[in-house]
Ligand binder design. Structure first.
Ligand code: 4AD
Length: 453
């Protein structure tokens, strides 16, 4: 009761405190600072000492609150995830002890900014929580160490892609995501009413990128794509971040080389950045893959599955023309254990726009990049560049060409061989971080059973 009446105040005789984020504190060793953040961890030692690990997004800082500082009403009620302001002198940790940054804050004054309920977040989320509870509380879960590391690596990854493209003179464009054309088949389209007309959330920005190459040369975009996927797998989302590139005047082999370059160069950039250590924290064995990647035709994959007893769900072997679904594809990828450029899928199982292989027209100049632990992370192809062939493609897939006049015009006004690809950012991160679910590498995952928070 008595302790509740203890009130503290800042001593005006102390030197003014410099404000700093946690990651910038080193320059203030031995000086008085003020730091703002959230109580990440809290430990009381007897009545006269309290250790707070403070978190501000840039790092963690050990703070020592002693004597009256840990006896106030706010101190007695303090819980993890409360936000606070702490003033004190930054001291090097004593010999033989360790703390983040190699220093700790010896507090002389502190204030609560926003309280957190009794028990902190542990009452909502703890080691016993099942995945449904975790995702329901994703907004709190992301405050944890692992999740915030993943989000930081995601940030570094997006920058690595932009830097990769910038250095290779690709131009970034921002296509619309409300569209009236399908790209990857009608079964996964999200439809909505657009002022009385039927419209969709885009499945891919590819068609728009194709229209940009005569204006800008090599182009790319980083945009959200949407798929009404009812499949519950480790790697399907209904909204994902799609990194797509499109290149004029290339051959299929050059497309494959562009994919190797994309994956290896971006991974190298991330590892060389200040976030490389976070990748190793989460995935200690990660290594930037070697080029060239193994190339394998779809026909060879069918044969590989037969030879290695990888079967369809119904127990029979895959035949030419069958889609190789996720599980067997993973099995093959993990058996081979290195990146695979899986090429030349049959025309009948692929999208309307894919260029046939002139040497073997029943297959297309198409490619999936398969990586260990994930399977497919990239899908790409050469595009049909002849107007009549494109109409035949629409017909085969039962698509009315009316809404595609602008896409067809691409073939009328100076057509050229060209190709491109789409890479799923969440799947790339799954590979980079050895994560077992694409929902983990996404801020607020959208799946068939969840559209919140
Ligand atoms: O293979 P997809 O469907 O290819 C396209 O959309 C092409 N139009 C892209 C292009 O050529 N510009 O998708 C490309 C990649 C996949 O390899 C995968 O990484 C990701 O996008 N992706 C998904 N990621 C998470 N959840 C889903 N439902 C995804 N669907 C595709």
């Amino acid at each position: 009761e008595e302790s509740k009446s203890i009130v503290i105040s800042e001593d005006p005789a102390l030197p003014a405190a410099s404000a700093s984020k946690i990651n910038g504190l080193s320059q203030y060793r031995g000086q008085r600072v003020k730091v703002y953040g959230w109580v990440h961890r809290l430990r009381r030692q007897g009545k006269n000492m309290m250790f707070v690990v403070l978190r501000d997004g840039t790092g963690y800082l050990q703070c020592i609150l002693s004597d009256n500082l840990c006896k106030t009403y706010e101190a007695l009620l303090l819980t993890t995830e409360s936000s606070v302001r702490i003033f004190g002198t930054l001291k090097e940790v004593p010999e033989g002890k360790s703390a983040p940054g190699g220093h700790e804050l010896d507090a002389d004054y502190w204030e609560i900014v926003g309280r957190s309920p009794a028990g902190g977040v542990d009452n909502v989320l703890n080691v016993e929580s099942n995945s449904d509870v975790m995702y329901q509380n994703r907004h709190l879960w992301i405050r944890g160490e692992n999740m915030s590391k993943i989000l930081k690596v995601r940030h570094a990854t997006i920058k690595a892609f932009r830097d990769h493209y910038y250095d290779r003179d690709y131009v970034e464009v921002t296509p619309p995501t409300m569209v009236q054309c399908q790209v990857e088949g009608g079964s996964t389209l999200f439809k909505f009413d657009y002022f009385g007309e039927e419209a969709y959330l885009t499945q891919s920005s590819q068609l728009y990128l194709e229209t940009c190459i005569p204006a800008l040369g090599n182009v790319y975009c980083i945009a959200q794509s949407y798929r009404a996927e009812s499949s519950h797998t480790r790697r399907h989302l209904s909204e994902f971040t799609h990194i797509e590139g499109e290149l004029p005047f290339i051959t299929f082999d050059q497309l494959l080389e562009a994919l190797e370059d994309l994956v290896c160069d971006t991974a190298q950039r991330i590892m060389d950045s200040k976030y490389g250590q976070l990748v190793l924290d989460l995935h200690p064995e990660f290594k930037v893959p070697q080029r060239p990647f193994k190339r394998m035709d779809y026909r060879e994959a069918i044969a590989y599955c037969k030879e290695h007893d990888i079967k369809k769900e119904d127990g029979t072997y895959f035949e030419f023309g069958d889609d190789i679904p996720e599980a067997p594809e993973r099995k093959m990828t993990d058996m081979i254990g290195e990146p695979i450029l899986l090429c030349r899928f049959p025309k009948a199982m692929k999208a309307f726009y894919m260029q046939p292989d002139l040497a073997d027209p029943i297959v297309t100049e198409s490619v999936d990049l398969l990586l260990p632990n994930v399977g497919e992370i990239i899908g790409g192809s050469m595009r049909i560049y002849d107007e009549k062939e494109l109409y035949a493609g629409f017909k085969r897939e039962g698509i009315s060409p009316d809404n595609y006049y602008w896409y067809v015009d691409q073939r009328k006004y100076g057509t050229t061989p060209h190709g491109g690809y789409g890479l799923g950012l969440e799947r790339y991160l799954m590979w980079l971080l050895n994560s077992n679910n694409v929902r983990e590498t996404c801020l607020y995952p959208r799946t068939a059973d969840r559209c919140k928070p």
